[in-house]
Design a protein around this ligand. Structure first.
Ligand code: GLY
Ligand code: MN
Ligand code: MN
Length: 436
């Protein structure tokens, strides 16, 4: 849980970053239609949530800064019996005033009128530049004498880079659930017929242990499906003898986890599978070993490319001098993505990678990033030794940068070949036990 005091502290810190005589606005997320009149489950906008902890729709946070004085106002949907009958209870202004440590709470229906008052003597407006155009138009129409419009999202996202103790605790909790789900998958894969059945089992475990949602659509890719990076159809058969790439992580109280494991359908890795797997695993361990404050993510990227390229030459997947291959970017064909990304409220946390001067932001204690090297060897690529064709292997962990170096927050999720094999061999009696 993030305390109301922590949310207030974040707002105070934000207030110090705003220019004098300014107004800032963050809106709640807009509900998304799935089909006709049915919606996807509602998920609050991450920046709005980071600053408020409020999870309802039809809401806004307004920051008003005078010369020095700084105030925050929350706008919430008004109580409405009919709406609440269909869509669920709303907190309403009175309860919101009791709960949130903001300066005042108003009904969302009064937003336009209040905003007009707030901007009268102001020079700067801060808002999220990714906002729907209809809302932007509304803000601009009400603020004719403004000198500058600034991107509030950039400031909030910069703050989100360094995680607090309570945020780290929630990510650890998310990972403890994700661990159970991956271990269950290792135990049950051999009993199931389709990728989506394995996906259902993983997501059942998320919910069973209190994670309401996944942090992103799970990838459960058997055999050559793993060579489609964003494979989410998960509709193919699990074939004996093949590997399954499972990229799945739950979201716990709005915080993500992002884990990939590549496991055999039928308990054991073949020799060829193990050769590529161990190569990727060794690279992953070496990159995690480099993580400490002041190192650059681009250093990790460069090193991972070098190591994977060397590994592919050793296995005969690439031919030639490592130096030349790297220069020609030959390795990119089989390792086309980045080594990792920020993670937090969003699985790909929308925090910046560069400072305002364009220079890269070095790692600092409190940042969380994924480390996820992968090799993708398409079954139709005749340049690859036959025994490796159709393999797609990625191994992904979530790493906290600490003062001393780093902590692998997901180190308890099995990834050594003998650990995975042991989990698969302790398989339950039948597939239905996946649901217990
Ligand atoms: N699950 C998305 C990613 O690994 O980046
Ligand atoms: Mn992932
Ligand atoms: Mn990732």
């Amino acid at each position: 849980m993030i305390s109301e005091r922590e949310y207030r502290k974040r707002r105070t810190r934000l207030g110090r970053k705003l220019k004098p005589y300014s107004v800032g606005v963050l809106f709640s997320a807009t509900p998304k239609i799935r089909s006709n009149d049915t919606e996807y489950p509602y998920r609050q906008n991450s920046n709005f949530y980071y600053m408020s902890g409020f999870t309802e729709d039809n809401a806004a946070l307004v920051f008003v800064k005078e010369a020095k004085n700084f105030k925050t106002y929350l706008f919430v949907a008004q109580k409405d019996k009919t709406q609440e009958l269909w869509h669920g209870q709303r907190l309403g202004t009175d309860k919101a005033k009791e709960r949130f440590l903001v300066d005042d709470v108003f009904e969302f229906t009064t937003f336009n009128e209040k905003f007009k008052e707030f901007v009268i003597d102001k020079h700067h407006i801060y808002y999220d530049f990714k906002l729907d155009y209809s809302k932007v138009k509304l803000l601009k129409r009400r603020s004719e004498n403004i000198l500058s419009f600034e991107n509030l999202a950039h400031i909030v996202e910069r703050m989100r880079l360094i995680k607090s103790k309570s945020e780290i605790k929630l990510i650890k909790k998310a990972l403890s659930i994700t661990k159970k789900a991956h271990h269950k998958a290792m135990k049950t894969a051999q009993k199931l017929q389709y990728e989506y059945q394995l996906q259902a089992g993983i997501e059942y475990i998320f919910k069973k242990y209190g994670a309401y949602s996944d942090a992103y659509t799970s990838i459960v890719a058997c055999g050559n499906s793993a060579n489609t990076l964003h494979y989410i159809n998960n509709d193919k058969k699990l074939k004996e003898g093949e590997l399954i790439l499972i990229d799945a992580g739950c979201e716990y109280e709005y915080y993500a986890s992002d884990i990939t494991r590549t496991i055999p359908v039928s308990k054991k890795f073949t020799k060829a599978q193990a050769e590529v797997y161990v190569m990727v695993l060794d690279v992953q361990k070496e990159i995690i070993g480099m993580i400490r404050p002041n190192i650059l993510r681009s250093d990790l990227q460069k090193k991972s490319e070098e190591l994977l390229c060397r590994g592919m030459v050793d296995l005969g997947i690439l031919e030639g001098e490592v130096k030349t291959l790297l220069k020609e970017k030959a390795h990119k064909k089989y390792y086309p993505h980045g080594i990792g990304h920020w993670m937090g409220l969003d699985v790909h946390d929308e925090c910046p990678y560069k400072k305002l001067n364009g220079k890269e932001i070095p790692l600092q204690a409190g940042m969380i990033l994924t480390i996820e090297p992968g090799i993708y060897l398409d079954k139709e690529d005749e340049n690859i030794p036959k025994k490796y064709r159709g393999l797609g292997i990625r191994i992904e962990d979530d790493i906290l940068v600490t003062k001393e170096g780093c902590e692998n927050l997901s180190c308890k999720i099995a990834k050594e070949i003998n650990e995975i094999t042991r989990k698969s061999s302790s398989s339950p009696l039948n597939s239905f036990s996946l649901l217990r």
